[in-house]
Each structure stands twice: as structure tokens, then as C-alpha cells.
Design a protein around this ligand. Structure first.
Ligand SMILES: *[C@@H]1O[C@H](CO)[C@@H](O)[C@H](O)[C@H]1NC(C)=O
Ligand SMILES: *[C@@H]1O[C@H](CO)[C@@H](O)[C@H](O)[C@H]1NC(C)=O
Ligand SMILES: *[C@@H]1O[C@H](CO)[C@@H](O)[C@H](O)[C@H]1NC(C)=O
Ligand SMILES: *[C@@H]1O[C@H](CO)[C@@H](O)[C@H](O)[C@H]1NC(C)=O
Length: 447
């Protein structure tokens, strides 16, 4: 009894199905006779075109499946101030229109035709992050295949919001999201699918992106969480697009000149402290660095404080510090050769301690170069003042240095020695600061 009932039900289902299919085939198959000889007959498509205001389905309980894919063709602009990414892409959408189908056998093997989009129902797919109205151009066409698939591609300029972080500029990577969703249709009416695999999208986009503009595409990840708003659920597909800035231009224009100037600044410590050209040389370098910063300012991001700006500021401060050091040493040497003050006992002991051959002191470098038994005549710039001072002040020497039992010449020697020791010591301190700045910056950049 039961079996018979289910059997009859099966038969009934089969009948309905075949009737439906037949009815569908009869009702919606386009009579294409003459397409290959007289061109397309617009009347043949009349039924389909009349339906364009409604979602093209026969049974409204069945959602339309729209398969999408896109090709990213250029990253036009990355605005860190407004947190906007402007890109250009082609969006491909494919869906099925059951009211359009024909038999290519009867129509001279015409498999697909182009139809202007104003005659077709179009899915309202948009990018959720987009901060601009869609300026799609008018008069686009779509391909219609003989089995009713509509293939529609449109170019889009997308200005989308994206959390941009330019701290690591010019070695920064950005991860921006494009969420494709329907404006209106909920999951009961429209489902999204993928037309291509993600790796295919990456493959086709990578070449385009790297030839247009200063970014390269690293990869794309996909996720499709549903979005629920109140009682309605929307289907959406999210693409996480990771891009990296091409940094070569910035290395050549920003980092290399800056490094050269810093190296020259460090090397200028080897100009003898007595020579009068050291301070002017450093001032010139400082001016040069300022001009460089002014010129290169337009290459830096307009907003935010990237690490590179901090690095430039540190380099500038190091140059100022090195200039101050030169001024200080010049002042010490001047003091030593004109009117050397009494040397405090502890300073004298320290000097003796440091210049004794066994100990590695900051002055070691200087000792190797000049030696402790320095005579005033070894200092080219100082010979004359020293001699003058010595001649003029000789009679009063005992009065001046009576307490310590040192002649003025000895005292001058000690102070000159001390100045050189200070110079070497400060030079090493400067090198240490420079090295730690560079290492910190490199470590931060490579992380
Ligand atoms: C298609 O239309 C032509 C006339 O335009 C007619 O002769 C032919 O029988 C039609 N074919 C079908 C399958 O309806
Ligand atoms: C429409 O589709 C739903 C779900 O697939 C089905 O239950 C219903 O019978 C269909 N209606 C018709 C008229 O075919
Ligand atoms: C969309 O993709 C799915 C598989 O991902 C496929 O089954 C379906 O036929 C596609 N639809 C269209 C209209 O291409
Ligand atoms: C981008 O961010 C998303 C989450 O926000 C993450 O799932 C994805 O892995 C990131 N992509 C890359 C390449 O870092």
C-alpha cells in the first residue's frame, strides 16, 4: 500500500518535472532562425528584455547565484592622512538568466552574443569599503551565452577605506579589504560565488599592479562571512589584499644620500682639531643636509611620522652634536694656548693614567697618531701663538704657575693633550650613538 503510494508520488513528480522542463524549454527558448543571415532579431529577445526590472528566475524561492572575480590593475594612490586607498579593477560577474537560451545548432553555431546592459537585469554588487559613488561608464555590454549565462565585466575606480600604517615607510606593507556584497538582495535572493580561484586572481593581477605604479601585490586571502543586519542576512565575499611598496626609489633618493652625508660627517673628525677648516666644513655639511631634507620632503608621506623621518631628525641632531663638539674642542685648544688655567689634580692624574702605555683609554688613538711627547711645533696652527705667548709671558711664568710647580709650556701641553683626549673620546661616543641609531632603525625596519 505504502510502496504503491510512494511509487505513484514518484511518477507524479516525474511527470511534473518533465512537464515543467518541457514548458520551460518551449516558453523561453529563443527562435534564432535567421540570426546567421539577417542578424539578431530583437523581437526574439523581447520576452527576456521585458523582464529586466525583475530578478530573472522562474521560481522566486530559488536564489540567483552570482559568481564574481576581479582583476586588480593598478594601485593609484595611498592616502595615509585620509586612510584611503584608490585602486582600479575590473569586476567580472556571471549569473544565469533562464529566460534566455537558444540552440546554437539551429543558429549557425552562434554561441554567444553581446547585449547592452540596459536591456538586462544586473546584480547590484558593490564594495562595502568604497567611499565613492560608482562611476561606472554607461553603455557597457555583456556577453550572453546560448545556455543563458550572462558574463558582465565592468571597470571600476575604487576609493576604499583601509587602515594604512606608514610607520615603516618606505618598507611598508598594507593589508586592505575589499568586501563584495549585494546592496539589496538578502541570502534568500542572491548568493555570491567565486568565478575563479583566488590564486588565479593573484596571478593575473600581479603583473598589472607591478607595472602600474609603485606597489606590488603580495597576495590575496579570501573569507566569506555572512553579514546579518537586523533580521536580514546578506551574502558577502571579503578579499584581503596585501600590497608592498616598491622601495628601491626611496633607498636611492633618500637613504643613500643621507648615509653619504653622515659618513662624511663622521670622517670629518679626522680633520686635525687645530685646523680651522673643521668647523666650517661641518657647517657646510649641515647646510647640505638641510637642503637635502627640503628637497626630499615631497617624497615623504604627507602625514604621520614614519620611522624614516625620525631617522632623518636623529641624523640632523647628530650633525649638530658633532658641530658643537668641534666648537667645544676648538675652545679648549684656544684656552690651552692662550691662557691655560690650573689643571685640577684629579684631571691631571686621569690624564697621566690614560696616557700611560699599558692602559687602553679613549686617548689611545690620539697617542698613536701624535704621541705624548708632543712639542708645540708639531701643531702647525698653534706654533705662532704658543711662541708668542711663551715669549711674552716668560717672566711671569713662575708667578702664574707657582703653586703646581709646572711651567706654562708644560701646562699648555697638558691641556692640548686633554683636548685631544676629549676629541677622541667624544668621537667614539658619536660613533656609538650613530651605530646605535642605525642598528635600531635597521632592526625596526626588518621586523
Ligand atoms: C522560428 O521562426 C521561423 C519563422 O520566423 C519559423 O519558420 C520556424 O518554424 C520557427 N521555429 C521554431 C522552432 O519555432
Ligand atoms: C520553488 O522552489 C521551492 C524550493 O526549491 C520548492 O519547494 C517549490 O515547490 C518550487 N515551486 C515551484 C512552483 O516549482
Ligand atoms: C558559480 O560557481 C559554482 C561553483 O563555484 C557553480 O556550481 C555554478 O554553476 C556557477 N554559476 C554560474 C552562473 O556560473
Ligand atoms: C590581512 O588581514 C586579515 C585580517 O584582518 C588576515 O586574515 C590576513 O591574513 C592578512 N593578510 C596578510 C597577507 O597579512
Amino acid at each position: 500500500m505504502e510502496g504503491g503510494w510512494s511509487g505513484s508520488r514518484g511518477l507524479l513528480l516525474c511527470l511534473t518535472a518533465s512537464l515543467l522542463l518541457q514548458g520551460r524549454a518551449n516558453a523561453f527558448t529563443i527562435n534564432c532562425s535567421g540570426f546567421d543571415r539577417h542578424g539578431v532579431d530583437p523581437l526574439a529577445f523581447r520576452t527576456a528584455f521585458k523582464q529586466k526590472n525583475f530578478r530573472p528566475v522562474i521560481n522566486y524561492s530559488i536564489p540567483t547565484q552570482v559568481n564574481i572575480s576581479f582583476t586588480l590593475s593598478a594601485i593609484l594612490e595611498v592616502d595615509a592622512q585620509l586612510q584611503l586607498l584608490t585602486s582600479f579593477m575590473w569586476l567580472d560577474m556571471i549569473w544565469n538568466n533562464p529566460f534566455i537560451s537558444w540552440d546554437p545548432e539551429e543558429c549557425g553555431h552562434i554561441n554567444k552574443l553581446t547585449v547592452t546592459t540596459e536591456n538586462l537585469w544586473l546584480p547590484d554588487i558593490f564594495i562595502v569599503e568604497s567611499m565613492d559613488v560608482d562611476h561606472t561608464m554607461e553603455g557597457l555590454s555583456a556577453y550572453v551565452t546560448s545556455d543563458g549565462h550572462i558574463v558582465y565585466s565592468k571597470p571600476m575606480r575604487v576609493t576604499s577605506i583601509c587602515r594604512l600604517d606608514i610607520f615603516y615607510f618606505p618598507f611598508d606593507q598594507q593589508n586592505c579589504t575589499f568586501t563584495f556584497s549585494s546592496f539589496l538582495y538578502t541570502v534568500e535572493n542572491l548568493l555570491l560565488g567565486m568565478e575563479k580561484e583566488v590564486w588565479e586572481i593573484v596571478d593575473t593581477s600581479r603583473d598589472f599592479v607591478s607595472t602600474h605604479g609603485q606597489w606590488e601585490l603580495l597576495g590575496i586571502n579570501k573569507a566569506n562571512p555572512k553579514l546579518s543586519m537586523g533580521s536580514s542576512i546578506y551574502d558577502q565575499i571579503m578579499f584581503y589584499v596585501a600590497i608592498r611598496r616598491k622601495s628601491r626609489r626611496y633607498v636611492i633618493n633618500l637613504l643613500m644620500p643621507s648615509s653619504f652625508l653622515m659618513v662624511i660627517d663622521a670622517l670629518s673628525f679626522f680633520l686635525p682639531a687645530e685646523s680651522e677648516s673643521r668647523a666650517p666644513f661641518k657647517i657646510t655639511l649641515l647646510l647640505g643636509y638641510n637642503v637635502f631634507l627640503l628637497m626630499m620632503n615631497k617624497l615623504l608621506p604627507a602625514s604621520g611620522t614614519p620611522l624614516i623621518s625620525i631617522y632623518f631628525a636623529l641624523c640632523l641632531s647628530l650633525m649638530v652634536v658633532s658641530l658643537l663638539e668641534t666648537i667645544f674642542i676648538t675652545y679648549l685648544l684656544h684656552l690651552a694656548t692662550t691662557q691655560p688655567p690650573q689643571m685640577p689634580g684629579w684631571l691631571h692624574s686621569l690624564l697621566l693614567y690614560c696616557t700611560s702605555p699599558k692602559i687602553l683609554c679613549p686617548a689611545a688613538l690620539w697617542r698613536e697618531n701624535v704621541g705624548p711627547g708632543l712639542t708645540p711645533s708639531h701643531l702647525p696652527g698653534l706654533t705662532e701663538p704658543r711662541e708668542l705667548a711663551g715669549k711674552n709671558l716668560e717672566p711671569r711664568e713662575e708667578d702664574l704657575n707657582g703653586g703646581s710647580g709646572m711651567t706654562k709650556a708644560q701646562l699648555t701641553d697638558l691641556w692640548v693633550q686633554f683636548s685631544h683626549m676629549m676629541d677622541t673620546f667624544l668621537f667614539r661616543l658619536y660613533l656609538l650613538l650613530l651605530a646605535s641609531t642605525i642598528i635600531t632603525v635597521i632592526v625596526l625596519w626588518s621586523s
